[in-house]
Write a protein that binds this ligand. Sequence first.
Ligand SMILES: Cc1cc2nc3c(=O)[nH]c(=O)nc-3n(C[C@H](O)[C@H](O)[C@H](O)COP(=O)(O)O)c2cc1C
Length: 325
Amino acid sequence: MKTRITELFGIEHPIIQGGMHYVGYANLAAAVSNAGGLGIITGLTQGTPEKLSAEIKRCNELTNKPFGVNMTFLPSLTPPDYPGMFQAIIDGGVKIVETAGNNPQQWIPMMKEAGIKVIHKCTSVRHSLKAQKIGCDAVSVDGFECGGHPGEDDIPNFILLPRAADELDIPFVASGGMADARSLVAALSLGAEGMNMGTRFIATEEAPVHENVKQAILGASELDTRLVMRPLRNTERVLNNAGVEALLQKEKDLGENLQFSDIIDQVAGVYPDIMINGNMDAGAWSCGMVAGLIYDAPSVADLINRIMSEADELIAQRLNSVLSA
Ligand SMILES: Cc1cc2nc3c(=O)[nH]c(=O)nc-3n(C[C@H](O)[C@H](O)[C@H](O)COP(=O)(O)O)c2cc1C
């Protein structure tokens, strides 16, 4: 399949694995890239420029295909060493960066000078237009269904993607709720040039997370995610569990008086306990509604090959037969 996204990034299939905290290590990114998609290492999980450099080196040893690094900009009391991390990306020869969170404008000239292509993740048309204006090469349009931070507009992809198609000149991929060939074909027909998946890639053999995390996704339905931190305008879609229920109760009890410090135990620093130790009730971890469409944990190559062959079949047979009926 050839789209503006496969051309832009030099990849075989229009499938991207979005950055994921404590999931997007070199093993997963390389598996996705080796299977013809675009794998992405999550920069902030590495913590320091030195560790990020080592992870990039490891990924370069595992694949000779293009891969990217995710840089997420979040408000923080002790911001990570962003300049050092960007230098590590440039020195490591990485040519694709996925940015997310706050506006990446200040980092664009540095990346352009190093020949890096930038794809910014946005949850609205206005932010996508801004990304286009500041020089991003592509956007990942993340609908309300998505795991992680869906923003505060609550527009699902059936509306958001065609709206993005109506407004944008740069190519975009559909993100949020994408699981299989049906997602890809639908995304293409809504105007996207491919798809970005998060939650789906966690339930794969290569995802370097505790087995309990994969089982939690396999056991979840589309009804099992919750939105947390909405009163703080930092909404996150997470899988429900005992820690999340405690958090939501606090949000309800404190109402308008809620401060970040009230819920810090259920949201800050819980990822290692969940992803590494498999302590599933430790707190809030991002997960998309798409969990309801995930029934197995195949290898990344099997997943991507299945998506691509079923997408061919869907287009050539089902859609074509509708046309000629
Ligand atoms: C466990 C998990 C962690 C995530 N961490 C990040 C992150 O650190 N930075 C980021 O930009 N997006 C992050 N995301 C969002 C994904 O990159 C992607 O946009 C999202 O999962 C797409 O929705 P889906 O889960 O329905 O496929 C995370 C998602 C999950 C499920």
